[in-house]
Design a protein around this ligand. Sequence first.
Ligand SMILES: [Zn+2]
Length: 544
Amino acid sequence: MLALLLVRRADHEADAAGDERAKAGSGEHLERNRIVRSGEGDTQRGYGGEGALGDPWREVASFGGRHDIEGRFGPKRFPGVFSGDAPTPYVSSPAMPTADLVITSSRVVTEDGVAPAALAITDGTITALEAPGRAPDARHRLDVGNSVVMAGVVDTHVHVNEPGRTEWEGFQTATRAAAAGGVTTIVDMPLNSVPVTTTARGLRAKADAAGGTALVDFGFWGGAIPGNLRDLQPLAEAGVLGFKAFLVPSGIDEFPAVSVADLEQVMDRLAALDTVLLAHAELPGPIARAARNGGDPRRYATWLAARPPEAELEAIHLLLRLAGKTGCAVHVVHLSAARGLEPLAAARAAGTAVTVETCPHYLCFAAEDIPDGATAFKCAPPIRERDNREQLWSGLRSGDLDFVASDHSPAPPVLKCLDSGDFVAAWGGVASLELALAAVWTGGRARGATLVEVARWLAAAPARRAGLEGRKGRLAPGLDADLAIWDPEATFTVDPTRLHQRHPVTPYAGMTLWGVVRETFVRGVRVYENGRFPSPPVGRWLRR
Ligand SMILES: [Zn+2]
């Protein structure tokens, strides 16, 4: 029976009752989920079956009292968390106490390497990282055996779409997907919600929507659009972590692209505010030229040709020129064209403050393999050829590419034109928040990447870009106890209907990926455990 259950778990199948239990959460739960008190003996489990004592599933199955707990926490949302004039960070729920927890693993990932260690957590903060035998006394202990303990993923490119387009994706579904994927912090993009995050009022609407709903911590990028120069400072003061601008139409009327003249003004202002510009780096000129060629809209080749690498390259050159002129720090989001890495690396070597991310889909897929009509693969810039993909991997390994962010950008299936397979008409966007860690690890392990690299690409480097390095992205004393506990040697097959994002559309459908997330902790609170969400929504707003 145990073997059977472990196989099921390796298939990433959530217990049907998991969602019911999702509403439960308390200090009591910590005990019931096998974190035992000192004196009761430490649990030895290890998800691969190594050293497991007893049947962890039986213990979980015996979990009860959830109605009680549900009642205690009352309504899931906490309206008005951002009312009044005091925008102080809030604790969104009476979360369970987490003091004095020690987690032990034979594989704890730090910048120095992978080693056996004990991680001590008090009040949601990592207080010590010691050799297992030297772990401090603790009220609760959790030994995860051979499972990897890594800093939680910090995904700095997520489109949540709430409020206003919650039917596309909302904070509840997005942050569940995050927690299930080992993601402990998301930074939300300023577009696709209504209102867009281009004013302090829009930011408040976002924060109100996330407060009391989000299962993981969250921050916000502000938006720079034509005409909102005067909003940039209020947004910065209200806590956005930086600003995003589009150099081509975004697909959302409320979030127009900036002209070159706008862009220079924006960058001047952001430099004065000492914050970063995130740019969707494609310019319209090469796209307009390519559009003359037309083509069958069902063919992937048509979409690929419609967004040539030159659009990215010209945008990168413009951004670097203006970065030099204004002194504004620049971050290039979702780089697809690997040829962009050379000018970016050269500029960085010459002292320009520039960073660049790519996305899991550019690292996992290749244009040659995308079937015609398979619009789940549509995104902009597009997934390019295999050679290009390998150059992106080289860039990541060499450090020319700073990190990987999901660009989780879901839309209702009807907008993806799955029936017609029309690449031109379909909404561009790939939803992969829950799969980013597994997708990157699957590609990385095949190319000899290490767990330390994965932790850098998915946690440390994005946290630094968002200005969160003092709290997030690494396992070190003083930082938040945000953890992804996962098994790199386990595989699962992606079943879109089992993902926690709002819509079951993903180009990863049917793929077998390496790396199964077992548990996720946010500031010491276990927010995900094997298909269940055992805590209330504890996510907090992270401000600059
Ligand atoms: Zn995006």
